[in-house]
Design a protein around this ligand. Structure first.
Ligand SMILES: *Cc1c(COP(=O)(O)O)cnc(C)c1O
Length: 391
């Protein structure tokens, strides 16, 4: 086994897992790890969920792929289910979050052109993450990730996250705005939660200007924050919602959902995907949704998230060096006053899989199936690591 033939796009930790079960992963030496990352918010049902495994095996024996040149009943069923849950009306299926966002970006541009806007612009936020393709990389607010890939894509305006006034001002100087693309809670940006009412405010602003409100729920969607979708914590409905990560519990699938005029923009030949929404991926997503429903996982995420944050606060809130413990549902961030990437390796040693984002924010995204004892163990393990890390 050698890493030499891989393009070194990731600084990988020196561990490989050979199997998983629920919130646990195991390496080749038999060491067990409590997984508080879930493959970056992907395996919300935990690893090797028997119902998803069963559905996948059965589908693999029946039909893996046909083509979007034909009808795909599982895709139609999944689209209907997602629309029921989200209040959207139509779905385009892709294979990843970046692709789901690409579809949203293309949709917004067409929407603009159909309304006579020749040079349509999309407003995005500081601290955002929307993916690594050229357009989504441009929408992403990370200069380091963009460096060396210029020319970037034209047609994006950036404003501070959580600031409605700045957004209105930016639009005054730019008549071509057609849409706002924003994460309800910024994930890669450091588990940043906007002020209460921000999404409702965005909705109002978009209504007033005739813009599309496009929410990137690739990380926050699928129950992660304690509702099926994070915008459901407020009263609004967006025009476009993008999903991926947890949608297939590890089988790659992304989706761009839309309602109203936005749902009618992309017609025959305007966009496509060879793999998008194939029978295997859709079966995985349908099985995932079924389990989420049966086990009431959005509610469980809310309850376990509250338990986790409370136990973390009990142990850490008074520590100098801990800036804030925040989150919604099982999307939790612990912001320290200093860079803390070194914690990831120490956690690994201790049998805990965590992640650090935005340099100073320890991020926890455990599977939504986590139980009381595991949540307590996670909180205690993380608190212990941080106590040792901060002098
Ligand atoms: C992970 C993520 C993406 C990109 O998803 P990929 O599947 O890696 O392309 C986009 N937006 C958000 C908010 C994400 O967290």
């Amino acid at each position: 086994m050698s890493i030499e033939h891989l393009m070194p796009t990731y600084a990988r930790l020196p561990v490989a897992f050979v199997r998983g079960e629920g919130v646990w992963l195991e390496d080749a030496q038999g060491k067990r790890y409590l997984d508080a990352l879930s493959g970056i918010g992907v395996c919300n049902l935990g690893h090797a969920h028997p119902k998803v495994a069963e559905a996948l095996c059965e589908q693999a024996r029946t039909l893996v792929h046909t083509s979007n040149l034909y009808r795909i009943p599982l895709q139609e069923e999944l689209a209907e289910r997602l629309c029921d849950l989200s209040g959207m009306q139509r779905v385009f299926f892709a294979n990843s979050g970046a692709e789901a966002n690409e579809a949203a970006i293309k949709l917004a541009r067409r929407f603009g052109h159909e309304r006579g806007v020749e040079d349509p612009a999309i407003i995005v936020c500081e601290g955002s993450f929307h993916g690594r393709t050229l357009a989504t990389l441009t929408a992403t607010a990370n200069r380091k990730a963009q460096a060396g890939f210029e020319p970037l894509v034209h047609g994006f305006l950036r404003v501070p996250f959580g600031d409605l006034e700045a957004l209105e001002r930016a639009a005054e100087n730019h008549p071509g705005v057609v849409a706002v693309l924003v994460e309800p809670i910024q994930g890669e940006g450091g588990v940043r939660i906007p002020p209460a009412g921000y999404l409702d405010g965005l909705r109002e602003l978009c209504n007033r200007h005739g813009w599309l409100l496009m929410l990137d729920e690739v990380q926050t969607g699928m129950g992660r924050t304690g509702q099926w979708f994070a915008y459901q914590h407020e009263a609004l409905l967006p025009d476009v919602v993008t999903l991926a990560k947890a949608l297939g519990n590890g089988v790659p699938i992304g989706a761009c959902l839309a309602r109203g005029p936005a749902a009618e923009v992309l017609g025959p030949g305007s966009h496509g995907s060879t793999f998008g929404g194939n029978p295997l991926a859709c079966r995985a997503a349908l099985a995932t949704l079924e389990v989420m429903d049966q086990e009431a996982l959005p509610e469980r995420a809310a309850a376990q998230g509250a338990r986790l944050r409370e136990r973390l606060c009990d142990q850490l809130a008074d520590l100098p060096g801990v800036v804030e413990i925040r989150g919604r549902g099982l999307m939790v961030g612990i912001e320290l006053d200093r860079p803390c990437a070194a914690l990831v390796g120490e956690a690994l040693e201790a049998g805990l899989l965590i992640n650090v984002t935005a340099e100073r924010v320890l991020r926890l995204l455990p599977p939504l199936v986590i139980g009381d004892a595991e949540t307590d163990r996670l909180a205690d393990g993380v608190a212990e690591l941080i106590r040792r890390f901060l002098p």
